[in-house]
Design a protein around this ligand. Structure first.
Ligand SMILES: Cc1cc2nc3c(=O)[nH]c(=O)nc-3n(C[C@H](O)[C@H](O)[C@H](O)COP(=O)(O)OP(=O)(O)OC[C@H]3O[C@@H](n4cnc5c(N)ncnc54)[C@H](O)[C@@H]3O)c2cc1C
Length: 382
């Protein structure tokens, strides 16, 4: 008997899971294939910060779709997700000016209220446990969400299994062509194949990866114990984040922030810092992160980078952090924010090619599959 499906998904990260979810909801017979026994890619190595508000263009469009899917999946699959918003701490008047400008221009369309609420220094220190001497002011982005990446993906997989999706783990894919997926456990036949293998797209579809200039971005991450005065009620961004996320970074006011930070702190600019934090349900705090782009990044993590991350953390919170875990994360990086391509008929390659796949990946997959198989209300699965 032929091993036949309507849709085969290669990769069980958030993009692949989003594709499987979109397809099974449309009544399709779906298989997900991954070479690892359980998700260990970017989808479990990140902050769990679902930062919809600071996006623009396609990222904002996919983010809006993702937000709704994250809320539904958390309810139906039963994993931890909080409507925390994001706090931004501004430590300089140029960061405040950038937040003020963003407040006038941001319209994420997430709800009735504003997408950004400016906060004075007292409001920031009341909301997040940072050292008050560090704070000039800040903002709340109320529509952002936070999840625990380590428990969300396994819960989504269990939910998809309950909906009828088949998972073939510890099964490596060596070749994908129209209608066939050649795996280490035999050939799978499928009308449509979604390739959602993140940075390893250069191994499965090398020509496509080269056309889109996809490389790897590696990040050094820490999970720490830190005696905070009170819990961190939401993800926390800093000025370093404002010069990274497109809705802030493309504003004219971002230039002054970038120039000052890079002039004052060349050692932090050299590791391409995004100083940000999320607290997990067990109280530990994820600290990040550095960025290094290469086709094959070095696997050796410099302790100097960890020292910088820890020093900046203790200054911001006025408390000493103790390292509980260290890891390297890797994501696909390219000049465009997304890779959406059909290199062969019926083979769809999908990737977030900046570090915002948790925020956008579910919406990216839903959008692309909706274009292929129709909107949910008009399909047999609805
Ligand atoms: C350290 C770090 C922090 C981040 N923080 C955030 C954040 O806070 N918010 C946010 O929005 N985004 C964040 N990101 C980005 C986000 O995590 C990624 O964009 C997203 O998880 C990518 O999902 P994915 O499904 O494409 O990839 P992955 O989760 O990496 O999944 C790809 C899967 O494909 C499988 N695979 C690859 N090749 C094959 C093959 N040949 N055969 C079979 N299986 C294969 C792999 O085993 C893997 O399971 C962060 C990323 C990192 C690394």
């Amino acid at each position: 008997m032929r091993d036949t499906f309507d849709l085969a998904v290669v990769g069980s990260g958030i993009v692949g899971l989003g594709a499987a979810y979109a397809a099974v909801q449309r009544g399709l017979r779906v298989v997900v294939i991954d070479r690892t026994a359980e998700p260990v890619g970017s989808t479990v190595r990140n902050f769990g910060h679902l930062c919809f508000t600071p996006q623009s263009g396609d990222a904002l469009r996919y983010g809006r779709a993702s937000r709704e899917i994250w809320m539904r999946l958390a309810r139906d699959a039963g994993f931890w997700l909080r409507e925390s918003g994001t706090h931004v701490v501004a430590r300089h008047r140029d960061e405040l000016a950038l937040l003020e400008a963003a407040g006038e221009r941001l319209d994420g369309g997430f709800g009735d209220g504003p997408s950004l609420r400016l906060l004075d220094a007292a409001q920031v220190t009341a909301a997040v446990p940072v050292d008050r001497r560090q704070v000039a002011g800040g903002a709340l982005l109320p529509y952002d969400l936070q999840t625990d990446p380590r428990s969300a993906a396994p819960a989504i997989i269990r939910h998809l299994v309950s909906l009828g999706v088949e998972f073939r783990m510890r099964t490596s894919v060596g070749r994908v062509t129209t209608g066939t997926v050649e795996t280490s456990r035999g050939t799978v036949f499928a009308d449509t194949v979604v390739v959602a293998v993140n940075h390893d797209v250069d191994q499965l579809l090398p020509d496509l990866a080269e056309q889109h200039a996809v490389v790897r971005c590696s990040l050094d991450m820490l999970r720490v114990g830190i005696p905070l005065a009170r819990p961190l009620a939401s993800p926390l961004l800093t000025g370093w984040s404002l010069i990274r996320y497109s809705a802030f970074a493309t504003l004219p006011e971002a230039g002054a922030v970038r120039e000052r930070l890079h002039t004052e702190r060349p050692e932090l600019a050299a590791i391409d810092l995004n100083q940000m934090y999320t607290q997990l349900p067990d109280g530990s705090v994820i600290v990040g992160d550095s960025h290094h782009k290469a086709v094959t990044p070095s696997p050796f993590q410099s302790e100097a980078t960890a020292d910088l991350l820890l020093h900046e953390t203790s200054v911001l919170f006025g408390a000493q952090a103790r390292v509980l875990e260290r890891w390297q994360g890797v994501y696909a990086s390219a000049p465009e924010e997304f890779l959406v391509a059909e290199p062969q008929p019926g083979v769809l390659a999908l990737a977030a090619t900046t570090g915002i796949g948790m925020t956008t990946g579910l919406g990216l997959a839903e959008t692309v599959l909706s274009e292929r198989f129709g909107a949910l209300h008009s399909t047999k699965g609805a």
